[in-house]
Design a protein around this ligand. Structure first.
Ligand code: CP
Ligand code: NVA
Length: 302
């Protein structure tokens, strides 16, 4: 593994190896065991979109590993004034040991990796959110003991989170059901990938069918960053595509609820369900730190 551009590029075994290391790093942090595995290394973090969790977890994560992070807002970089990604990649590769990028187009992340000579980590694009889904899988494994054989259900927009959850769940042996309204399906590339998992993947607009027997229910906002102008139309289209007590009753009695955050209460999830499952949801947020430290060690150590 040279980069983390999307989960489609990783094997199930590689995903499990990252989760194993993430568990170990979480244990070491809890027991005050410090290993400066990335001493002297620098991670550049390019942000074209807002962030709370991704920025803070990467920044503190590399510091805990003995390295440093540089926050690079696209507004302040020449990239924001039109300098090509191809040139930015070749320049930054001469200063840094790794780049994390949050942007709109997946192609930009792929180009950064192609033209640069250092590891690139996708911190969210319109297409996918691999770091978040590694943290989600880590959280599910902590609670359920294993991933394989368990059923995940995603309800809502077929967005970056849905795309990465489908790939992450299927590659690690989970069954996956997705409930989306017509017109808001996951990316065709991901649906094509899922074709190989016959009997383990379901795409429907029937929420109860998707949630039936689920061990984990996941949702995300109806309008993602960059879609603010569509918010009103989306509120209509997604009406009812919500995790609430009704839907929970279709799932297994001990079903977990996850949300990548930020959450919009009474839209994709009720406040009651959110608070009842806050322990899992905030553990999921914490696990961003451990999962991303594992990714950085895998890509940048040595
Ligand atoms: N879940 C997530 O990526 O959060 P941020 O947008 O705050 O980074
Ligand atoms: N789908 C959301 C995820 C935020 C972490 C977005 O792209 O805005």
């Amino acid at each position: 593994m040279k980069h983390l551009l999307k989960l489609l590029d990783l094997s199930g075994e590689e995903i499990i190896e990252i989760l194993n290391l993430a568990d170990q790093l979480k244990y070491e942090r809890a027991h005050h065991i410090a290993h400066p595995r990335l001493a002297g290394k620098s991670l550049g973090m390019i942000f074209q979109k807002a962030s709370t969790r991704t920025r803070v977890s990467f920044e503190t994560g590399i510091y805990q590993l003995g390295g440093q992070a540089l926050f690079l807002s696209a507004n302040d970089l020449q990239i924001g004034r039109g300098e090509p990604v191809e040139d930015t990649a070749r320049v930054l590769s001469r200063y840094l040991d790794g780049i994390m990028i949050r942007t709109f187009k997946q192609e930009e992340v792929e180009k950064l990796a192609k033209y640069g000579s250092i590891p690139v980590i996708n911190g969210l694009t319109d297409f996918c959110h691999p770091c978040q889904v590694l943290a989600d899988l880590m959280t599910i494994r902590e609670v359920k003991g294993t991933l394989s054989g368990h059923k995940m259900c995603f309800i809502g927009d077929g967005n970056n989170m849905a795309n990465s959850l489908i790939v992450g769940a299927l590659k690690t042996g989970m069954r996956m059901a997705v409930a989306c309204p017509q017109g808001y399906h996951p990316d065709p590339v991901v649906l094509d990938f899922a074709k190989a998992y016959e009997g383990k993947f379901l795409l429907t607009d029937n929420l109860s069918e998707a949630a039936a027997g689920a061990d984990v229910l996941v949702t995300d906002v109806w309008a993602s960053m960059g879609q603010e102008g569509e918010a009103a139309a989306r509120r209509k289209a997604f009406n009812g595509f919500q995790i609430n007590d009704d839907i929970l009753s279709a799932a297994n009695p001990d079903a977990m609820v996850l949300h990548c955050l930020p959450a919009h209460r009474e839209e994709e999830i009720t406040a009651a369900v959110f608070e009842a499952h806050a322990k899992e949801i905030f553990e999921e947020a914490e696990n961003r730190l451990h999962a991303q430290k594992a990714v950085m060690v895998k890509l940048m150590e040595g």
